[in-house]
Ligand binder design. Structure first.
Ligand SMILES: Cc1cc2nc3c(=O)[nH]c(=O)nc-3n(C[C@H](O)[C@H](O)[C@H](O)COP(=O)(O)O)c2cc1C
Length: 252
């Protein structure tokens, strides 16, 4: 299956060019701080070390005090954070917003073409209360984390993304990856676009959920795919699509 995506190197050049424009443009407005068919099909079986390192997540809140309209009006990309850690409950809520299961049939918070669920969401934890630094895969069905790689990977992630500071300064980074074959198997080349659309929907859910909990996020798309895969030890078929640092905003 041919993936209609620029070669990684070309894409980095395009992204780097876009990023300088982005940051410059953002600076005009805000001071940049530092610079399967249904369910069961998508989450790979956990094996080895990861199988023994599962963390049950706090149940997600299903009610809040911020309306959707208020969250939409307040959402901004946030690139500077306080030194406060995120709590496990904060991370659980953002993961649930991205891909949480919300129906007995396994349907989720974000739509998915053919309900094939090609996305895998990872939590790259640095300073998260009660969670050792590491890369964790979100198991949406169990609402659990499974350790994928131990140790703090934020600096390596930042290096893989033109040194963007939010990636190593934020207490946690969420990574949305796509397994294209899950969707292209049914939809052919068009399925590639569907996977990107789904990543956007999941990311926007996280951004709005973040606003409702005073957690700042920014969607980072400028990175070297291969370097990110290596930094996080992603599987061969897991393509990183977006990096989302998250932390308590430095200024509200
Ligand atoms: C696909 C995509 C890629 C992006 N990549 C980056 C990035 O690499 N670095 C960054 O700081 N912001 C990135 N952004 C965030 C934009 O710069 C930001 O959304 C834009 O400046 C508008 O500001 P706002 O989100 O605060 O409304 C990206 C946004 C999107 C949608």
């Amino acid at each position: 299956m041919k993936i209609r995506r620029p070669a990684n190197r070309t894409r980095m050049l395009l992204l780097a060019a876009g990023l300088s424009g982005t940051l410059c443009c953002a600076a005009c407005q805000v001071e940049p701080a530092g610079i399967a068919a249904l369910p069961n099909s998508s989450t790979p079986a956990m094996t080895g070390h990861a199988a023994n390192s599962r963390i049950k997540l706090p149940a997600p809140a299903r009610a809040g005090t911020t309306s959707v309209e208020e969250a939409l009006a307040a959402r901004r990309s946030v690139r500077a954070y306080t030194a406060e850690p995120l709590t496990l409950a904060d991370c659980a809520q953002l993961l649930w917003a991205a891909q949480g299961v919300t129906s007995p049939e396994g349907l989720r918070t974000a739509p998915s073409a053919g309900a094939l669920y090609p996305l895998e969401v990872f939590l790259v934890a640095g300073r998260v209360t009660d969670l050792p630094a590491g890369v964790y895969r979100y198991d949406a069905h169990a609402h659990e984390l499974a350790l994928a790689a131990a140790g703090d990977r934020r600096a390596a992630l930042s290096e893989a993304a033109l040194g963007q500071s939010p990636l190593h300064e934020a207490p946690a980074v969420f990574v949305i990856a796509g397994v294209h074959a899950r969707t292209t198997g049914k939809y052919g080349d068009r399925g590639v676009d569907y996977v990107y659309v789904e990543a956007g929907a999941a990311a926007q859910n996280m951004a709005l959920q973040g606003v409702a909990r005073n957690i700042g996020t920014v969607y980072i798309g400028a990175f070297d795919d291969l370097a990110v895969k290596q930094a996080l030890e992603l599987a061969e078929d897991e393509e990183p699509l977006g990096l989302i640092p998250a932390g308590i905003p430095l200024s509200p």
